[in-house]
Design a protein. Structure first.
Ligand code: SF4
Ligand code: SF4
Length: 122
């Protein structure tokens, strides 16, 4: 199946999910990447939340309210792409991204290719 979304044309909606769950190996990868100890990386990048031991820390974002701490809010892209967690590698899977479909629809409807569709994470 061909990929029907283009992350370059999206302001990074999936990076604004309230829970970005990391596994231990994701924290280990980030620690290696930044040459930090596991505990320092865990403290700097994650917190216990939503019933998860390692939930990604977030920061303020003008578009979505809050977004992943590794997101560059000016360039609208990931600053840690090579060392990003597994969940970011597998999202949204082959084929389609629901948000991108929504974004394309709204941009067509508004006749504005730059339009940013806002939705509620619920
Ligand atoms: S929401 Fe979809 S199109 Fe946007 S960055 Fe994430 S995967 Fe890419
Ligand atoms: S690590 Fe990168 S791809 Fe994953 S949520 Fe954060 S900014 Fe997005």
């Amino acid at each position: 199946m061909s990929t029907q979304y283009n992350c370059q044309k999206c302001p990074g909606y999936c990076c604004s999910y309230p829970l970005i769950p990391l596994e231990k190996r994701d924290v280990e990868r980030l620690a290696r990447h930044y040459d930090m100890s596991f505990d320092d990386a865990r403290e700097a990048f994650t917190k216990e939340a939503h019933g998860r031991k390692y939930a990604m820390r977030r920061k303020k974002d003008d578009i979505y309210g809050r977004i992943c701490r590794f997101f560059d809010t000016d360039k609208r892209s990931c600053t840690v792409y090579e060392a990003r967690p597994g969940v970011c590698r597998s999202f949204p899977g082959e084929g389609r991204c629901g948000y991108y479909d929504f974004l394309k629809f709204e941009r067509r409807a508004q006749d504005d290719e730059e339009f940013v569709a806002l939705t509620n994470h619920g």
